[in-house]
Design a protein. Structure first.
Length: 579
């Protein structure tokens, strides 16, 4: 939505939100225009000395509010299954977790696959309709080009991710296979099309989520997978090393991952309960560690010892392991203290008779600075996320504090009738951060009203206007399989940053960026992690509040080199190239 249209919408909305929010008049330096103008503001590092000034204008700021714009943008997809029992060769009556794996599968990947400055969307969900590659057009709408691009998939797939696996500067695509459908790798040809490459030799029945990160610092992105509902095997097929020729080898055994708590400890079903893998530098030593959110008490994290082996560190988590049902996950510096905290979606389940908790809800683990964590779930007020699935952490109101969003819902027989609460109509959750460290929840008032079967979610600036929008997948058979919420606020200042490294790992996955202004220093780590079957773009977004001038940007590149930029104006997008 361009600025003129957005201002008109805001004026119409002011009357019915005046009782909920105070309206202030601020002088802001705005760089928002149409999506094409925003794209033209990407600057190489060498041009940083002359950023170009923006024109000051007085506007009426509108509060945080989200408008459902899915159909207006052309984002149409139907979720569902056709003849799943016959096609999968699985007997759902033998183990209901197999059906759960299919019901949770699907997912969204977002990234600028054709390098035109606009973020595109890939979705796979069920086998009722084929996968789609939504290419963003110059007017902000989306056109499905999956067939022309060579990624039109029919079948049950899950956990897609865009990542540059061959270091040629464009985004390739991984898609996990469900049941006996094989996983796929598609290599970007640089002309808007993909050709199918050689996928990892996965023997697991279900590949649910995927993440990429360079854990051995060789400049090539490695792969992590989850396999919920699969049989336990000697090799859990979790970690995959990029062998630099578009091939991946499993190193789950040699890395030490296979000998840890990823093996089931819940019951004797001999099933894999892994849901959401992530890479992150937890102890600030410059190496990417590994985390896995898993169901039935099996969430774990591992410290990277030497780029080849990992040490289990879960014992350092101050958690009650008998109520942790890890689903989705997000990592970010929630408290702006320079290290990464870990949010894990879970199930909250009340017993109707006693009112006590059967399952205790979402978890927020605060990093103590050395890779150990403290559970602050209840003190921070993020625990009640319903039957949680995917999550993302972003600054939705651009106030300099990171907020938390999670999808939710479970329509299968999840509760014993009359004994536990139902989760078939959970409302999606947005927890807004405050300076005190507590989060507040007011979803309905800001337009986030969906009560469907939410699964995947991506949070990104889809319309290039400087704020974070939300796209989630919906697993209701009678609804559109996608819901796009446009952030319509004109509120506070921002900065967006894309990195370009030289030679290898061109998108600088694993780099850290520190943005310092008069009030605080914020840190972001560049990642291609799963939110649960879904993946945000690697672009970094910083909310700045009323700050219009940034004192310093510090970049720590994946190879350890440090680069500084000073006196940067707010409200623009930067492409920073490594010197």
């Amino acid at each position: 939505m361009n600025k003129t249209a957005k201002d008109e919408l805001n004026k119409q909305r002011l009357n019915h939100v005046r009782q909920l929010f105070s309206i202030t008049v601020l002088s802001l330096l705005l760089a928002c225009g149409n999506s094409d103008n925003e794209t033209n503001q990407y600057l190489p590092m060498s041009d940083q000395d002359n950023q170009g000034s923006q024109t000051s204008e007085v506007i009426i700021t509108s509060p945080l509010y989200f408008e459902a714009k899915t159909r207006d943008l052309g984002l149409l997809h139907q979720w569902g299954f056709i003849n799943l029992t016959e096609q999968s060769d699985f007997d759902f009556s033998v183990d209901p977790l197999v059906e759960s794996a299919f019901q949770t599968s699907g997912g969204i990947a977002v990234g600028d696959y054709n390098q035109d400055g606009r973020i595109d969307i890939f979705i796979t969900s069920g086998n009722l309709s084929a996968s789609k590659l939504f290419q963003q057009q110059s007017d902000g709408t989306y056109l499905n080009v999956a067939e022309q691009a060579g990624v039109n998939l029919n079948g049950v797939y899950s956990g897609p991710s865009f990542a540059d696996i061959d270091n040629d500067g464009d985004l390739d695509l991984f898609v996990g296979g469900m049941g006996y459908t094989k996983s796929k790798f598609f290599i970007n040809q640089g002309d808007g099309t993909f050709i199918e490459g050689i996928a990892p030799k996965i023997t697991k029945e279900f590949t649910l989520s995927s993440s990429f990160g360079d854990f051995n610092n060789d400049g090539y992105l490695d792969l992590a997978l989850s396999h919920y509902g699969s049989r336990l095997t000697e090799d859990p097929e979790i970690l995959w090393l990029n062998t630099q020729d578009n091939l991946f080898d499993s190193i789950s055994i040699s890395s030490g991952i296979a000998e840890t708590e990823l093996k089931s400890s819940y019951d004797n079903s001999e099933l894999d309960y892994t849901f959401t893998p992530s890479f992150a530098d937890l102890n600030n030593d410059g190496k990417l560690d590994f985390l896995m959110a898993s169901d039935f008490f099996n969430s774990s994290y591992y410290i990277n010892l030497d780029g080849e082996t990992f040490s289990i560190a879960t014992k350092d988590l101050n958690i009650k392991k008998n109520d942790l049902h890890g689903m989705g996950a997000s990592l970010a510096d929630i408290d702006n203290d320079g290290d990464l905290d870990w949010f894990v979606t879970n199930i909250i389940l009340f017993q109707k008779e006693s009112g006590s908790l059967k399952f205790t809800g979402n978890k927020l683990f605060q990093n103590n600075g050395d890779g150990t964590f403290t559970d602050i779930s209840y003190n921070s007020n993020i625990y009640n996320g319903g039957w949680g699935w995917a999550s993302c952490i972003a600054d939705f109101n651009n106030d300099g504090l990171l907020d938390i969003f999670n999808t939710n819902g479970w329509g299968m027989a999840s509760a014993i009738e009359g004994k536990y609460e139902s989760h078939d109509k959970d409302t999606i959750k947005l927890f807004l951060a405050t300076e005190s460290g507590k989060f507040t929840e007011n979803n309905i008032e800001i337009g986030l009203k969906d009560k469907g079967q939410g699964r995947a979610v991506v949070c990104f600036d889809g319309d290039n206007d400087g704020d974070i929008d939300i796209l989630l997948s919906n697993h209701d058979i009678d609804k559109n399989g996608l819901i796009y919420y446009e952030n319509t606020a004109t509120l506070n200042n921002y900065l967006k940053i894309d990195l370009k490294a030289y030679s290898k790992n061109i998108f600088a996955i694993g780099a850290r960026v520190y943005v310092k202004d008069q009030s605080r220093e914020q840190m972001r780590e560049v990642n291609i992690n799963s939110n649960f079957t879904s993946q945000n773009p690697s672009q970094l977004h910083f909310g700045l509040g009323e700050i219009t001038q940034i004192e310093q940007i510090k970049i720590i590149w994946p190879n350890g080199e440090i680069q500084l930029l000073e006196n940067i104006k707010a409200n623009q997008s930067l492409l920073i190239e490594q010197q």
